[in-house]
Design a protein around this ligand. Structure first.
Ligand code: ADP
Length: 447
């Protein structure tokens, strides 16, 4: 029941009471006691209605009071949120004159809160950006809001900083902008991070380009060197094999050195070429079924003479129920040659052992074990990086490019396998290649 209804109700009761008085004033009422009874009854009903109306009004008043309390609590809450928000909150009129501001806004603008009120917001925008700011402020009347508007803020007594403004307009019933609500956020840290990312990205692009040029140069150079090197090896071999015009021993010795050095150089050139192909993703696997135990034996036989030159014992142990594997035979041979040559190169006495075994139905492993100089645990991860050698001084007595293990590691990963190494300084090393029995064709294509 609203106030009007209540007034109406009182009026009704008043009228009824008036009628009763009027009747009571008439002399014949006493003569009609039943009329008096009716009138009193009427009065009682009216009073009852009045009481109900009063009750309803009281209830409404209580509800109103509690609603007012809730509204007040909400207002208080929003005031606190406004006041203690970490971002700067401002309310300006449509022209941008500050009407309200929270503490964060006062801090950001470097001015006491009470001096902030009444100031145009534009005076806190850097000189160079004021014209653009003014234009955008005018446009806000049409567009209504703006998000993440980046400006350079100039606080009263401090240096400029990057800020992001988010602004929304408040309109009256005639759709006229009456005020603007602003959120101001200091984005200096974000800007610096973005700048760093941009710099890193640029550096990364430059590095990628440098790396591409390096790979291109390596590929070109090794390709160009291969042809004359093959000629040197071929002709020196011819000179050594002559039956009719045998070279005197001193010359034969020199030609043999030319031949061996040529072979050594050719191996290095081929490693560089392989590596540049791997880097450029231009190396494909040639999959076929082969006998892995036979491959291990053949490879060891090829290199046995090198081990014998150093009086190293060579052992082979193949415990494979099923030696058939589907993979790239030539590339696996290349990996084994690298591991066995290293084992011989870095072992001065003792033995080299090869062991092939089944790890599970679909995985096989080949281990190359030596009793050589071993590798310090801190160097174990680095030896698989390209051009990494444990002793990188120019005076190191062992030759090599430092590419063998990097190439082997990449090749084995292309074959869906992995290389593990265990080693102790002075006690020898074990390199183990694990491979799937059958490389899944679709995975090979993806790699
Ligand atoms: P390279 O043999 O041409 O130097 P690799 O990539 O094959 O290059 O090997 C990298 C380095 O790892 C070697 O220079 C050597 O220091 C270390 N290394 C590899 N195999 C062995 C091994 N069996 N014993 C000791 N050190 C080894």
């Amino acid at each position: 029941m609203n106030t009007d209804e209540f007034t109406q109700q009182i009026k009704k009761v008043y009228n009824r009471a008036g009628t009763l008085y009027q009747r009571a004033g008439e002399s014949h009422v006493i003569a009609y006691p039943e009329l008096l009874g009716d009138s009193l009854e009427e009065l009682r009903t009216s009073l009852e209605e009045l009481r109900v109306a009063e009750e309803e009004l009281r209830q409404q008043n209580e509800e109103l009071a509690s609603t007012r309390e809730i509204v007040e609590a909400e207002r208080q809450r929003y005031q606190e949120l406004f006041e203690f928000a970490p971002d700067g909150y401002l309310v300006t009129d449509a022209d941008g004159t500050i009407r309200e501001a929270n503490r964060a806004a006062a801090d950001l603008l470097g001015i006491a809160h009470n001096y902030l009120i009444g100031k145009p917001l534009i005076i806190f925008i850097s000189q160079e950006e004021r014209r653009a700011f003014r234009t955008k402020l005018l446009r806000l009347r049409e567009v209504g809001s703006e998000r993440e508007w980046e400006v350079i803020v100039k606080p009263r007594h401090d240096k400029c900083f990057h800020a992001a403004l988010t602004v929304a307009s408040v309109r009256d019933r005639q759709d006229k902008v009456v005020s603007l609500r602003w959120i101001m956020r200091d984005i200096t840290a974000r800007k610096e991070a973005e700048e760093k990312i941009r710099t890193y990205h640029l550096q990364n692009l430059q590095l990628q380009e440098a790396s591409r040029l390096k790979s291109q140069f390596l590929a070109l150079m090794s390709h160009e060197l291969r042809t004359p090197m093959n000629a040197i090896i071929g002709f020196s071999q011819l000179l050594l094999r002559q039956r009719n015009h045998q070279l005197p021993p001193s010359q034969a010795n020199m030609v043999e050195r030319i031949f061996n050095s040529g072979k050594h150089l050719l191996k290095m050139i081929e490693e560089i070429l392989d590596f540049s192909k791997l880097e450029a993703g231009r190396l494909d696997l040639d999959l076929a079924e082969f006998n892995v135990a036979a491959l291990v034996r053949e490879t060891v036989e090829e290199l046995r003479c090198l081990a014998e030159q150093k009086q190293l014992e060579v052992n082979i142990q193949c415990c494979l129920d099923n030696p058939c594997v589907v993979n790239d035979k030539a590339r696996l041979r290349q990996v084994l040659v690298n591991l066995i040559s290293n084992a011989i190169k870095f072992t001065d006495s003792g033995s080299i052992s090869l062991e092939a075994q089944e790890l599970s139905d679909n995985r096989v492993a080949i281990a190359v074990r030596d009793t050589g100089i071993g590798i310090d645990p801190s160097d174990l991860q680095q030896i698989f990086q390209e051009f990494r050698q444990v002793n990188q001084s120019l005076t190191r007595d062992k030759g090599g490019t430092g590419l063998g293990l990097a190439i082997s590691d990449r090749l084995v990963r292309m074959m869906q396998g992995k290389i593990k190494v265990e080693s102790q300084l002075g006690e020898g090393s074990t390199f183990q290649v694990e491979l799937p029995r059958q490389i899944p064709v679709e995975l090979e294509v993806l790699s």
